[in-house]
Design a protein around this ligand. Sequence first.
Ligand SMILES: [Zn+2]
Length: 271
Amino acid sequence: MEVRKNLQIIEGPDFGRYPYSNSLLVGRSCLIDAGAGETLKGVRVDWILNSHWHEDHIALNRVGRRVAAHYLDAEAVQDYEEFKRRYALGDLVKLFVNFEFGRVDRTFEDGDVFEFEGVQIEVLHTPGHSAGHSCFVIGGVIFLADVDLTSFGPWYGCLDCDVRDFVLSIERIKNEVRKRGVSLAIPSHGKPVSGTEEILKRLDDYLAKIFERDKRIKELVRSGEDPVGKGVIYKRMPEPREIYLHFERIMIEKHLAARLDELYPSSRATQ
Ligand SMILES: [Zn+2]
């Protein structure tokens, strides 16, 4: 789907639902993320820019001659041992890997600008979902990657995730969207969102999920209950259940370590 001149969304199956994701083709030479499955068949580009190291974004990196990733994520993009370490799932992680890891040819950081066929792509480092997670701003368009605006809400179940950084990254994205008048947001999973106000509203709803979870977790802890397995993060846990329990435990631990109450919208309004 061509959304702007030289910008084409390549949707993964079922609107990029996991284990797939949406890609963005810039001109004919650059692809942002490579997890769109079959729909990438026949695509060949000079460069792939990875938003982060997760399997559903890097699985088809081989369609690019060269690969770039944020310097904090590059090692997990190219090395299975580092990928496995960050998941902290032991050998269960093999369930996520049905591809060969390939080399990262260059790294980028916040503020770097790439140019392909006259189209500029600016890197916006937005940590939280991973240490090096990055969004990309292309004129009035933002590729949000896994700040994915889904009804599930933000995900931070790996060792290099940080829920506090996630909050601050969403705030930063809101500022950038406002300042630059961004009118189209493309998440890695789900449909694109049009209109500056609508994008800001969806980001607010998404951010609110973190605070809802935080309040619930702290209520449970205060009443002496273990918050894991109470539906705070996962309403349902399909098999293999131990994987979801593992992610939920990590996410809850991150809440308990993060002192997010300082960031609640209500506490800031009264300052
Ligand atoms: Zn991800």
